[in-house]
Design a protein around this ligand. Structure first.
Ligand code: NAD
Length: 321
């Protein structure tokens, strides 16, 4: 039986990843989450009784408590963090303590406990401002322009010095799609729900490029990394698809095809300077990873679920970080 510890278990990615891992009858999952955000235990609520899942309500800053869970663990997937630029700014000291210090302590504890593989989930936001004529690869310069991305880069740098504990960094594109814990503060999800419910989108930074990946494909990327440690250890992988870089204007146009009366208010404000197109060739070539969703199919998924009444109150705090 393979034993995998997943931090941030109750979150948007965590809920999807844990369900996928449990689909393998030879996998046992230990999920850790503090469950103190507005979404509480939402990502895992419906699987709490699963016989191969143990959920531990704990703060990742409590390294001693996490260290007790590590003996016999084959792999750690570290998702827990204060996620996103606005959330990261709210209490910078707390963001650094959770995103950097707790992560570094968990890396050390995992090495000491003989964990076989440590997967750190990072972000393509690390690339910050870049050149959009060329797709940026894993070897591109990191230019974090937010505290959130700075904390991710700091942990990545720590891992680069780690020679004993096999590690992998997964730099996710911005995630979208339906998961057990929904987030409507992410561009594709937010645009789709607002387009349907409000008929108008307020759009700033319409020309800036970003890569996007469906939550199921993001989780599949981690699964493929875990399944091929001989190829994925001591490597950084962007997780997404090179054809899935979009601007907000492109997203508006895709939604307008689906909702013809949709309008846009183009807002000129002090704009977010991040613009980057990312290459996902490495994970495809080295691990055989392919995505199964696209931004248009993900928009259709959100619209279908919303029309069935799945999201009666998408503005609620539990859907936003
Ligand atoms: N969603 C995206 O677009 C995206 C993109 C790139 C990378 N990522 C990364 O993926 C990971 C998961 O993101 P998500 O979208 O699922 O976010 P999320 O906020 O839904 O999940 C994070 C989880 O971590 C938990 N957590 C926070 N602080 C904790 C603490 N001190 N102790 C224990 N648990 C704590 C929260 O309760 C939450 O359930 C993060 O590391 C994030 O940086 C996400």
């Amino acid at each position: 039986m393979r034993r995998i510890l997943v931090t941030g278990a109750a979150g948007y990615v965590g809920g999807t990843l844990i369900r996928r891992l449990l689909a393998d009858p030879d996998t046992e999952v230990v999920g850790v989450d503090l469950c103190e955000m507005d979404h509480g235990a939402e990502g895992v609520r419906e699987i709490i009784d699963h016989p191969r899942l143990t959920l531990v309500r704990e703060d990742v800053r409590n390294t001693a408590a996490l260290a007790e869970l590590l003996p016999g663990t084959d792999a750690v997937v570290h998702l827990a963090a204060i996620v996103g630029d606005p959330a990261g700014r709210r209490d910078p000291d707390k963001t650094r303590a959770i995103n950097i210090d707790a992560s570094v302590n968990l890396i050390d504890a995992s090495r000491d406990a003989g964990v076989g593989h440590f997967v750190f989930v990072s972000t393509c936001s690390n690339y910050g401002v870049s050149d959009t004529d060329n797709l940026v690869t894993e070897d591109g310069d990191l230019n974090p322009v937010s505290l959130y991305a700075e904390t991710k880069v700091a942990v990545e740098k720590r891992l680069m010095d780690e020679k004993t504990l096999p590690w992998t960094v997964c730099r996710f594109a911005t995630v979208y799609g339906v998961g057990p814990r929904m987030r409507f503060d992410l561009t594709v999800n937010e645009f789709a729900i607002d387009a349907l419910n409000e008929g108008v989108l307020e759009i700033y930074g319409e020309q800036f490029w970003r890569p996007y990946v469906h939550v199921e494909d993001a989780a599949r990327g981690v699964e493929m990394v875990l399944a091929q440690p001989d190829k994925s250890a001591f490597r950084v992988f962007n997780v997404g698809n090179s054809d899935e870089n979009y601007t907000k204007r492109m997203m508006y146009e895709l939604l307008k095809e689906r909702l013809p009366s949709l309008e846009a208010k183009w807002v000129q404000i002090d704009e977010d300077p991040r613009s980057y197109k990312v290459s996902f060739q490495r994970i495809k070539d080295e691990l055989g990873y392919e995505t199964t969703w696209t931004v248009p199919s993900g928009m259709d998924q959100i619209l279908d679920h919303a029309r069935l009444g799945a999201f009666p109150d998408p503005k609620a705090a539990r859907f936003r970080n």
